[in-house]
Design a protein around this ligand. Sequence first.
Ligand code: FES
Ligand SMILES: [Fe+2]
Length: 484
Amino acid sequence: MHDELSNAGPAAVSGTPSAGGAGPTVSPLRFAGYHQPIDRPAETEISEVGRGTPGGEYLRRFWHPIIMSSQIGERPQAIRILGEDLVIYRDLSGDIGLLHKHCAHRGASLEFGIIAEHGIRCCYHGWMFGNDGTILETPGEPASSPHKDKFCQGAYPTVEYKGLVFAYFGPQALTPAFPILDTMDMSDNDMVPYLIHSPCNWVQVSENSMDPFHVSFLHTRVAGAQFSEVFAELPLIAYHPSKHGFFYTNARRVGEFIWVRVHDHFPPNFSQNGAIFESVEKVRYFGRPGLTRWIVPVDDTNTLVIAWRHFNDRDDPHHQGKPENVGLEKTDFYGQSRHRSLEERQRSPGDYDAWTSQGPITSHAREHLATTDKGVAMLRTRLREEIRNLANGIEPPQWQPSAAGHVPTYAGDTILRIPHTSGDDTQLIRDVSQKIADAYIQTEHLPDEARRAEIAQRLASLNVGDVGVLNPAHGKVFEFRPIE
Ligand code: FES
Ligand SMILES: [Fe+2]
């Protein structure tokens, strides 16, 4: 944290001219625009994504989703990821190819290529490439030419999983196993992919999910509840290191219930939160996330949110989620894309408006981080550490499955019935939140269903009284609505 005003130099020289010509009233905190620091460059160490940059090399150590399966049609499609121009296609055998866009011969775009049974043929001189980038044919060359065995077309491996295509952009020898998270394989759960573009750097989009306090302001107090009024109360936050990054608990009292909402954030760019439409009505143990999300850089100033929305009866009992509204450039919860009028976005701004309005690449040097920014600071510190480690030859840790097979995650909502009777309610909420975190961590080695059962058993004993009682109306009025 820092205070930019302390760097503003000597006393300010402008102020409000006073009546009667007594000269300006000088104050470093009033009408002091001229004396603020001039914007400094972005923090390139963590914001740059290109090959050969420290941040770009780090990002290239992980699998990232890059497109939805539904976007891949009969023709090759040009895309840009991590600053690289690429072409993706599904060949006639059904396999996916992901190649550098410009042909290794003389650079024609493979966007105009002819898709073959296995691979793609460049339109210009007919060179044929396999999905692994090998040159299969150079039809204009002599049959004896060794030309095609000396180089290749740039290509990257892909994995298609439940409607998303993932790719790995790093060194071949370091290719990690494709990670299957527990939330990527839940029973009784529909997963609907979506992809939304934001014209700004990936870090500021990713930081949004390490900023739990914005939910109380942006999504609830500023212009009314965009999700649920239960978010208006500022949460009690505790950050926990997890096996692959962080999770944090957001704890609140809601009537007779203590509600602990858990968010995952795994560096570099993965996050999961709780249920999207949570109204805290009855006891729930280890609810699971409303979305499973990656923040994927297109280049330094463009980003894709690529995610699955989860739909199930337990975490959305009133079926407020709308799978039909989830897909390309859309999802079924508030304010995630540019597709609203400017007036509407000004009157009730959403996440998209907050993170894109920070600028193409927000300058950390002009910020004034505060108490609510602890999570953001933790994330930046972790990114810098892993980037610097890699620059010194230490590879970042990969997500490892437990012995039970899946990579364990933590996100979702737990709701316990623990009325406040007497004593320090804040401490009670903190204690319950810690017990929930402990239960999540201590069971992460178990298979998914066994873990769920074990967590439920541990947490059930914390309830007081009848767990089936519905919560009374929460109705609270907050006086913080600057735009009506
Ligand atoms: S430019 Fe592609 S085959 Fe010649
Ligand atoms: Fe948000």
